[in-house]
Write a protein that binds this ligand. Structure first.
Ligand SMILES: C[S@@+](CC[C@H](N)C(=O)[O-])C[C@H]1O[C@@H](n2cnc3c(N)ncnc32)[C@H](O)[C@@H]1O
Length: 219
């Protein structure tokens, strides 16, 4: 069995409940880990495509966990009913796709703890959550295989949450301590922007990049 990288391992630390659904389970490693670590009583491992589900099925069989993990072919949250999962993981997809998946079955999304790890458009994704009454109760960054990933723990609270540009870029309570993954990420963004900004003509884009530079460099 493959060893989980930092990203999925951290998601397995955070996610948990009597029934956890891993949407877009791919190989099924997270589902297996959640049962092995006793983080979940039962797991629903779902995916849009047959190929990944077949791989998941083989891995779950090899781990001897067929009775603990249901494997379901489904688009997003379509297969779930309200409260049929108390925790839902959606990781390894772009922010816009995760947003669409949540919008596709809001009743389910609003009644579970969500562990979300968007791989693109993270600032816009945070804004979508806050605008739509989802509270981000955990927001952390992990470094895995030369890349940085945010992991957001979210629950629906019913009222929009206010935010500023800094909140969108790095979260409301960022861990910027020396040695943290987020501090290293901000330093990297600062270096990148420092190279890009002199090449950008005056205008709205330059203003936006200068603001981002200020936030990433000051923390
Ligand atoms: C890059 S993999 C990520 C796998 C795993 N969740 C992770 O974080 O490592 C994305 C998976 O999501 C699945 N997927 C994409 N769109 C989906 C959707 N609308 N509903 C369910 N699964 C989807 C893909 O088939 C693929 O297996």
């Amino acid at each position: 069995m493959a060893v989980l990288g930092n990203r999925l391992s951290r998601i397995a630390d955070i996610a948990g409940g009597s029934t956890v659904c891993d949407v877009g389970c791919d190989h099924g490693y997270l589902a297996i880990e959640l049962i092995k670590r006793k983080r979940a009583g039962h797991v629903i491992a779902s995916d849009l495509r047959e190929g990944p589900l077949q791989r998941a099925k083989e891995n779950i069989k090899r781990a001897g966990l067929e009775s603990d993990i249901d494997i379901v072919l489904s688009d997003g949250l379509c297969h779930l009913k309200k409260e049929s999962a108390d925790c839902i993981v959606i990781a390894g997809m772009g922010g816009p796709l995760i947003e669409n998946i949540l919008k596709g079955n809001e009743e389910v999304a609003k009644n579970a703890v969500l562990v979300l790890s968007p791989q693109s458009h993270v600032p816009e994704f945070r804004e979508f959550l806050w605008d739509n009454g989802y509270e981000i109760i955990g927001d952390e960054m992990v470094f895995d295989d030369e890349k940085y990933y945010f992991i957001l723990t979210v629950r629906y609270c019913g009222s929009p949450i206010s935010y500023n540009k800094r909140d969108s870029l790095i979260g409301k309570d960022p861990d910027l301590s020396e040695g943290s993954a987020l501090k290293a990420f901000c330093d990297k963004k600062t270096r990148e922007l420092d190279l890009i900004i002199p090449q950008i003509p005056d205008g709205k884009r330059l203003e936006k990049l200068r603001e981002e530079f200020r936030i990433y460099s000051e923390g």
